[in-house]
Design a protein around this ligand. Structure first.
Ligand code: URA
Length: 486
């Protein structure tokens, strides 16, 4: 048998090696084996890369056994394997493609990079073009998954919500994209079922499961109504480009998207709606909601500011629709976003204690927020509150105004500067504004005090002093409520 000497080791020129990948997306495994093979000087035409379920290579010396067990050990003094950042970035994505030839392509390119470190700069090279195509197609698939996964809510036996989605990826992207969904929905219990495997997040740990069928995922549920109204409200006929829409949202995904059934009708009515919008000189046609249910649905569908894409849901106000007292907070926090109710987290509990102490029954008040969605940043898997900006508060005022017009409270208690801005459309200093109520245009009184989360952030004397002021503010509101009732 012909041999070639390198670094003192005899290497067979004839042997053919089959490397069996444990999973079709195991880039790390490929990389480790590829390095060893390069260091052993095994050229690409003598290696077959076989994924699970793939046919063994009849010419490989180790096939059909797990041939990689008998791969040659690289010589101790083998030179380091050369690669390039660009190659690794593209290879990581391309490895997830369904093209059976992808691992062979990657190995050939790694082999060629040993001779030509500038290979990736050659845009005309067929291998470079192919890896770019594969990586692009995988990135596009991942983008579709981010955009088109739709969770349906089911109740577990213990009563906790579990969100389940069905998705059909083109490539082996499910495991690679799990981290995206984990970050996005860290506090929810969810599963994404696909024909290529399933992932399950229980709020703590990610589990993998076998491939699933469409019937394994639940069908319709109320979450879909939200999506439908969201989609109808963001659909801008003036921007409609049917070709671009179809390329961004291929028909194959439509069957899983509750909003898709609206598309033909929306397209058909687009010209008329566009003309009406131009005539009205407005960006959007909107009718002010006349019920609190409409406010809740509209706010859930609203995407007028970027916060709306942040949390899980819009948190609607709650309480009697004709309450005399309306309490306005800043925005839902982590717990409110999870439960879909205002003031149920730590600040809400402190507020409850103070209301009780002041003799105000929370159940008699209408509680809402200046901003209806939770704005946050991730720190690890925790969602850290971010204050809404003035523009975001002003954008969301439309919903707060609508609530006030429906409830018609006689007293509005604004908790903190964001709530005060939401009510007034301008920034006021809480320490000044708390001195006396401000008369609103409809004759209601606006009372301003600090937000309970401000008290939670203080310690020691500062907290005691501010708690005293807050208690006094609530006592004055209670006194005024008693006067108005008398
Ligand atoms: N803080 C708020 O301002 N609103 C809530 O609903 C909860 C915390």
């Amino acid at each position: 048998m012909a041999t070639q000497r390198r670094s003192g080791q005899n290497i067979s020129l004839g042997a053919h090696y089959a490397v069996h990948l444990p999973t079709p997306d195991d880039f790390a495994f490929w990389r480790e084996r590829a390095r060893g093979l390069i260091q052993s000087d095994i050229p690409p035409d003598r290696v077959s890369w076989i994924e699970p379920g793939g046919t063994g290579d009849l010419f490989a010396s180790e096939s059909p056994l797990r041939g990689d067990k008998r791969l040659p050990a690289p010589p101790a003094d083998a030179p380091a394997v050369r690669t390039s950042q660009r190659f690794l970035t593209l290879a990581r994505s391309a490895a997830l493609h369904t093209d059976p030839a992808r691992f062979g392509l990657l190995y050939r390119m790694l082999w060629r990079l040993q001779q030509n470190s500038r290979l990736m700069e050659d845009k005309a090279d067929l291998d470079v073009r192919r890896i770019e195509e594969l990586a692009k197609s995988v990135r596009r698939d991942a983008h579709k998954m981010h955009a088109f996964v739709r969770f349906r809510e089911v109740e577990e036996e213990d009563g906790t919500p579990h969100f389940i989605a069905w998705f059909e990826p083109d490539h082996h992207i499910v495991r690679a994209e799990a981290a995206f969904f984990m970050r996005r929905f860290a506090n929810m219990r969810w599963s994404i079922l696909t024909p290529r495997g399933s992932i399950h997040w229980d709020g703590e740990v990610m589990h993998e499961g076998p491939p699933a069928r469409r019937e394994d995922a639940p069908g319709d549920d109320p979450v879909e109504d939200l999506w439908r109204s969201y989609y109808a409200s963001i659909f801008n006929p003036a921007r409609l480009k049917v070709g671009a829409m179809l390329s961004e949202m291929p028909k194959k995904y439509w069957k899983n998207l509750p909003e898709a059934e609206l598309i033909p009708g929306l397209i058909a009515g687009a010209q008329a709606r566009e003309a009406a919008m131009v005539a009205a000189g407005k960006r959007e046609e909107r009718v002010r909601p006349s019920t609190l249910g409409d406010v809740a649905q509209g706010a859930a569908a609203c995407r007028d500011c970027p916060i709306a894409d942040c949390g899980t849901r819009a948190v609607a106000g709650e309480g009697p629709p004709q309450a005399t007292l309306m309490i306005v907070g800043e925005q839902p926090g982590d717990q409110e976003d999870i439960h879909g109710r205002p003031f149920v987290g730590p600040a809400g509990q402190l507020l409850n204690q103070h209301l009780t102490r002041a003799g105000i029954d929370r159940k008699d008040a209408y509680l809402t927020n200046a901003v209806k969605h939770f704005k946050f940043v991730y720190k690890g898997k925790h969602r850290l509150h971010q204050s809404p900006g003035a523009k975001e508060i002003d954008t969301c005022r439309w919903w707060l105004d609508a609530e006030r017009a429906i409830v018609q409270p006689r007293i509005v208690l604004a908790l903190g500067a964001s709530a005060a801005r939401g009510m007034l459309g301008r920034t006021v200093s809480v320490s000044k504004a708390r001195d006396a109520p401000i008369m609103l245009d409809d004759g209601a009184e606006l009372w301003v005090t600090v937000h309970p989360s401000y008290l939670l952030r203080l310690d020691g004397d500062a907290r005691a002093a501010q708690t005293e002021l807050f208690t006094a503010d609530l006592a004055r509101v209670q006194e005024r409520l008693t006067q108005l009732a008398g």
